[in-house]
Design a protein around this ligand. Structure first.
Ligand code: SAH
Length: 367
């Protein structure tokens, strides 16, 4: 550990002010302006630390583009609509989405692209990739312009800071990041506290001693704000991520470096940190604010319902044999339950009164 490493700075901070919540640790490790993971790395792709669905197959973004077009149509074809993406990564999803949207010129012309991105490194990549669409960048969801909204977020919510709680003998306690006698970062349990019981999702509260539960306050705040917005102007949001439904016990926080798991507290700033998304909690926060929610449905089923195989056949018709193989294996990876087909899920949040969006028709009436 060099003296000015992020780990050393976090250790100094802990010595000065006491152990950190897991959320505070995640925030420093991911977003520290100098040494945070997203401040320095271009994490996505074969050369990075993890691969995401839009990087695996262009069909992913194209189908989401058609999904958005359908929602725009159901909203009564507003002349201008904000197309917002949370955490656009390398801009691949937005690029594929906009290419598919171009098949419907009145829809494409109505779109104002706004990207919510924290990483200066990835903003530069998006700038190059999406220059023709003249995007605007904002740092927070709250800065999006008012009015009709289409919002997409793929593998965004898993990157938001979580708090972890451990069930003790009588009550829950918050898990914290502290120091061992040698000065290394370690997890420690804070004091048991009846007030913390109330922070644990009700469905998990009665778990036995030693159980770990997670909540993601910024995700709940964001979906609540999104839910409110959807009651003020017509809109729809598609959230795709890996996670569970219904709420389940953890711990799920993990660190990835070069596609391999590494210890969460080793070398903060040099590995991606993410945690399972609690889809039940997101849907509930949006519904409590007045929006309708559909799903989540497994990603494989969602993409199939949107016509993934038809799109593959159309692309394959004009492709070389090698391209055809790559197209088929890419899509297979997104659909296969043993790969991304089931762990990844799609959740739709829409303005009250809008019908079930494509891919969610079998999910019943709004809940
Ligand atoms: N959606 C992309 C990238 C997923 S990685 C894809 O599917 O390939 C997570 C993305 O969210 C990155 O672009 C990262 O920089 C961004 N991000 C993470 N935390 C953020 C925050 N708090 N605010 C804004 N963007 C954030």
């Amino acid at each position: 550990m060099t003296e000015d490493s992020l780990a050393a700075r976090i250790a100094r901070h802990i010595r000065a002010t006491g152990p950190l919540s897991v959320a505070a640790y995640m925030t420093m490790a991911l977003h520290d302006r100098e040494a945070g993971y997203y401040a320095r790395h271009s994490p996505i792709g074969a050369a990075g630390d993890f691969v995401t669905a839009p990087e695996v197959s262009q069909i992913f973004g194209e189908l989401i583009g058609l999904w958005c077009a359908d929602l725009w149509d159901r909203m009564g074809r507003p002349a201008r609509i904000t197309l917002a993406e949370l955490g656009p990564g390398r801009g691949t999803l937005a690029g594929d989405l906009l290419r598919a949207a171009a098949a419907l010129p009145p829809f494409r012309c109505a779109l104002d692209l706004v990207l919510v991105e924290a990483s200066p490194v990835l903003r530069r990549v998006q700038q190059q990739r999406l220059a023709a669409a003249r995007p605007r960048w904002v740092e927070h969801f709250e800065e999006l312009p008012p009015g009709p909204l289409l919002l997409v977020a793929n593998e965004f919510f898993d990157a938001l800071p979580i708090r972890q709680f451990v069930r003790g003998r009588a009550h829950w306690a918050e898990r914290r990041v502290g120091l061992d006698p040698a000065g290394n970062l370690v997890f420690i349990a804070g004091p048991e506290d009846p007030a913390i019981d109330l922070l644990v999702p009700a469905a998990l509260r009665t778990a036995g001693c030693g159980a770990v539960a997670e909540i993601c306050p910024p995700a709940l705040a964001l979906t609540a704000a999104l839910g409110r917005r959807l009651t003020e102007a017509p809109g729809a949001a598609l959230i795709v991520d890996y996670g569970y439904f219904p709420s389940a016990l953890g711990p799920t926080l993990r660190a990835l470096r070069q596609h391999r798991p590494v210890p969460v507290l080793a070398a903060p700033g040099t590995a991606d940190l993410s945690a399972h998304v609690d889809f039940a909690a997101l849907a509930e926060a949006a519904r409590a604010a007045g929006a309708a929610s559909f799903g989540p449905v497994p990603q494989g089923r969602f993409l199939q319902a949107l016509g993934a195989e038809l799109r593959l056949a159309a692309l394959a018709a004009g492709a070389t044999p090698t391209q055809r193989r790559d197209l088929a294996s890419g899509l297979e990876r997104l659909l296969d339950p043993r790969e991304m087909g089931t762990l990844f899920k799609a959740l739709a949040l829409v303005s009250p009164g809008l019908p079930a969006p494509p891919g969610f028709a079998e999910e019943g009436s709004p809940r």
